[in-house]
Ligand binder design. Structure first.
Ligand SMILES: Cc1cc2nc3c(=O)[nH]c(=O)nc-3n(C[C@H](O)[C@H](O)[C@H](O)COP(=O)(O)O)c2cc1C
Ligand code: SF4
Length: 541
């Protein structure tokens, strides 16, 4: 064979090899990137594998990337895939010179806490320390099963496969899935329990003129596993702006679900029309709660404090009130927002939440309200700080997106998301397999719960709700450290959870623990605890 024909044969072989790889990439279901970008998608895995080594010499270190550092993303990816999520050699954070670095203070001797024997993959039952809607006597009050839940992201900003993966994941992990403001789609009905979000456009519960329609809301809640209603006042990444879905993402299906025009930018108003101040908002809250029986709360970023002063004053009479307050930090995510708003409008989570919590604590109302938070709280150490500041449950958005494949390409506003998470492009959406990714979403939520449970035990308590602002310090370089209580001006008399709530959650967690160590999992204590979770009653032992 001559040189020319040898080269032709080699080229033919190479082409056949590439065709075989491409065929395998397009048909496999594990990796969205390869399904969508056959052959060249392998480059991403090469860079992911060798990126840390390359960047160490060329670009950034493991903690520089934003919004989520490489270490944080690696932890999420590994947890979602149930791979080894440990890190070797010790921290590479510059602990010696860091400002604002949280230090979690462990205790030497074991409190009445959980053992530290479990590792990745273990499923820890970590319910909320509070019964949602219990203090205000809502007909369908319940104790949320999980302190980690999936934050609101609409079908529209996310693809149908992403919504389905998150909803199925919520069912597998036993957590709540917030619909986001873009109505309740068929992809939200895959088994997971829902929090239905009402935004300023009232998608899913609006009349033909765009005004709020109570009848439609009741029908919607009755026809889906909606466990609570969230009125969205604002979002940390774009407070005072209202939702925005770029026209490129408004498909015919989304237009029909929302009742809008396809292909045209869908901009929601910045404020609600169903109420116009705290007084009328509380009337609205009570109306929804009475008509549906569901717990009703608000989601808001924190800016001017006048709103919170009014809310706490009105709730002081105990005749009207929200069942939960969900504070979204200014560092939070969005599908699309102007840079000015994402970067500079509203307080970051810790400062914003602490200001709000202080108002409720000063009025003695903290046990009456379930506090939720979002803003990079899907990273365990951030969640610990949030619990220490008074949060009862954390909501996770971008971290859950990463669990189902997001690579932080930050193109969510363009419809060109390469992983099929935040796009409506059918080819890109096809890359994301909802069933497989649902397992990853669930693994990630379970890993969060497991780490929160383990760190609670290290701190000598049975549940993260019992972590206090004295249990975490904030470092200021090598010489200064102050407790969260000092940094955020929490009064020494505020005890966190009240004595009754402390007793309840301690009993529930102790029953879990005893059940875990009994020969049979259907131990009567567990059955009692589960019954108590469901009804919100105290288990009697
Ligand atoms: C793609 C995307 C879409 C979102 N859509 C909504 C929404 O419809 N309603 C809402 O209240 N928040 C929305 N958010 C904000 C998140 O629910 C969450 O509050 C915020 O991203 C902070 O959480 P994180 O840091 O875990 O992402 C969205 C966030 C992202 C990234
Ligand atoms: S991969 Fe990029 S574009 Fe897609 S969801 Fe993640 S950040 Fe957004």
């Amino acid at each position: 064979m001559g040189t020319g024909s040898k080269a032709a044969a080699a080229a033919g072989l190479a082409a056949a090899g590439l065709a075989a790889v491409a065929a395998r990439d397009v048909t496999q279901r594990r990796h969205a990137i390869l399904r969508t970008y056959p052959i060249i998608g392998h480059l991403r895995f090469f860079l992911e594998r060798f990126g840390p080594e390359l960047r160490q010499y060329i670009v950034t270190n493991n903690d520089e990337e934003r919004p989520f550092s490489r270490d944080q993303r690696r932890w999420i990816y590994a947890s979602a895939k149930l791979e080894n999520s440990y890190f070797g050699f010790g921290t590479d954070n510059d602990v010696e010179h860091a400002n604002g670095y949280p230090i979690i203070k462990h205790r030497t001797f074991k409190g009445e806490g959980a053992p530290t024997a479990r590792h990745a993959g273990d499923d820890v039952h970590l319910p909320s320390a509070k019964v949602l809607g219990g203090p205000r006597g809502r007909r369908h009050a319940f104790r949320p099963n999980s302190v980690v839940n999936i934050s609101g992201m609409s079908f529209g900003s996310l693809s149908k496969n992403a919504i389905e993966a998150l909803n199925r994941g919520a069912e597998l992990a036993g957590c709540l899935h917030d619909t986001g403001e873009g109505a309740l789609s068929p992809y939200h009905r895959k088994g997971g329990d829902l929090v239905f979000q009402i935004g300023t456009s009232y998608f899913g519960c609006r009349d033909e003129h765009g005004a709020f329609d109570l009848g439609r809301l009741k029908d919607l809640c009755a026809g889906a596993p909606v466990k609570a209603i969230e009125i969205k006042l604002s979002q940390g990444a774009k407070p005072g702006l209202g939702g925005m879905l770029p026209g490129a993402k408004v498909t015919q299906e989304i237009a029909e679900i929302r009742g809008i025009q396809a292909g045209v930018d869908c901009a929601s108003p910045s404020r609600h029309t169903a109420f116009h101040d705290v007084d009328s908002m509380l009337d609205f809250v009570e109306l929804l709660a009475t008509e549906t029986g569901l717990p009703v709360g608000i989601k808001s970023a924190v800016g001017s404090m006048g709103f919170w002063d009014d809310l706490v004053r009105e709730m002081g009479s105990h005749t009207r009130g929200v069942d939960f307050v969900n504070v979204d930090g200014g560092e939070g995510g969005t599908g699309a927002a102007p840079l000015l708003f994402s970067d500079a409008v509203s307080y970051p989570f810790r400062i914003g939440f602490a200001q709000v919590y202080r108002k409720f604590a000063e009025a003695g109302l903290t046990d009456d309200v379930t506090f939720m938070g979002a803003g990079k709280l899907g990273i365990p150490e951030n969640a610990v700080v949030a619990f220490a500041l008074g949060v009862d449950m954390v909501n996770v958005a971008r971290e859950a997106m990463m669990a189902i494949g997001c690579i932080q390409a930050q193109k969510c506003h363009t419809d060109h998301c390469p992983t099929g998470v935040a796009t409506q492009n059918p080819w890109l959406v096809r890359g994301l397999d909802p069933e497989l990714k649902s397992v990853r979403a669930a693994n990630y939520v379970k890993s969060m719960r497991r780490d929160l449970w383990k760190v609670s035990e290290a701190m000598g308590v049975v549940h993260p709700g019992l972590i206090t602002p004295d249990d975490v310090d904030i470092l200021d370089g090598l010489s200064e450290h102050r407790t969260l209580r000092e940094v955020y001006g929490y009064d020494a008399a505020w005890s966190g959870l009240g004595p009754q709530l402390t007793k309840e959650i301690t009993e529930i967690m102790s029953a879990e623990e005893r059940a875990e160590h009994s020969p049979t999992k259907d131990d009567t204590n567990l059955a009692r605890a589960a019954d108590a979770h469901e009804s919100g009653r105290r288990p009697t032992m």
